[in-house]
Design a protein. Structure first.
Length: 249
């Protein structure tokens, strides 16, 4: 008697796709998710995706589905692919990427991968619409360029960024991240993807300031050389001293 695995194999599913289906990888829900969306495709299959997001990066992803093995294999593949990626990187994934990740799936089941992608895009879109209205009213995410652990005088050539999370009155977390290779105009979008609401800098060119403003990110230049947590506290307490802009271009 043929097993389900044998039937899936004959149908055109790869060993990886079958393993995902058998193990129900990432199937479930997340309590108090940052993003959640349910979507039913034209085929009648339904996908629901749950996401945890921190500083613009997906830290956890799960899904539930009503559908065939293709839907479950696709959901497992996508959730595996997006964990650790930014929202922007996750939005760029399409059904071809899911099929490449799985190795093989019957041609008539490609719509399952497409359903998974559409559900993710809708979840991220809803999250982005919700954040400005609900989250940013209560907290700030502050980016501070660093050199040797203190404020770097030139924004575009820092060694790393301190990403400082706050509520309305205090610092709640701090993460150090390495910026991508320097490229004009890149950092505003990169930091916006991480949910940054404010930037404190020693110096910054006017073009960069304008690009940050287009991302709805506030910029404070000419700040005193201090440790990042102290600068963040100054901003929260309205005691941040902004002096001359150290950058003249």
């Amino acid at each position: 008697m043929s097993t389900i695995r044998d039937l899936l194999k004959v149908s055109g599913y790869s060993d990886k796709a079958i393993k995902y289906y058998e193990n129900h990888l990432n199937v479930g829900n997340i309590e108090n998710p940052d993003a959640q969306c349910m979507f039913t495709g034209p085929c009648g299959d339904t996908m629901e995706i749950f996401l945890k997001i921190k500083s613009g990066v997906i830290t956890e992803a799960k899904f539930q589905a009503i559908g065939c093995a293709g839907s479950f294999s696709s959901g497992s593949a996508l959730t595996e692919m997006i964990i650790g990626k930014t929202l922007h990187e996750s939005e760029s994934i399409d059904e071809k990427d899911i099929l490449a990740h799985l190795g093989a799936m019957p041609e008539e089941k490609v719509h399952c991968a497409r359903l998974t992608v559409l559900t993710l895009k809708k979840a991220i879109e809803q999250y982005k619409n919700k954040v400005p209205k609900e989250i940013n009213k209560m907290k700030k995410i502050i980016a501070i360029p660093l050199e040797n652990g203190i404020l770097c005088s030139h924004f575009g050539h820092c060694q790393q960024f301190a990403i400082i999370e706050t509520d309305s009155t205090s610092v709640t977390g701090e993460t150090l991240i390495i910026p991508p290779p320097h490229e004009p105009g890149l950092l505003p979008g990169w930091l916006a993807e991480k949910g940054v609401t404010d930037v404190i800098a020693g110096g910054m060119g006017q073009r960069a300031i304008n690009l940050f403003n287009q991302q709805n990110i506030n910029v404070f230049v000419g700040a005193t050389i201090k440790k990042p947590a102290d600068l963040a506290k100054d901003l929260l307490n309205d005691t941040l001293v902004a002096g001359a802009n150290y950058c003249d271009h």
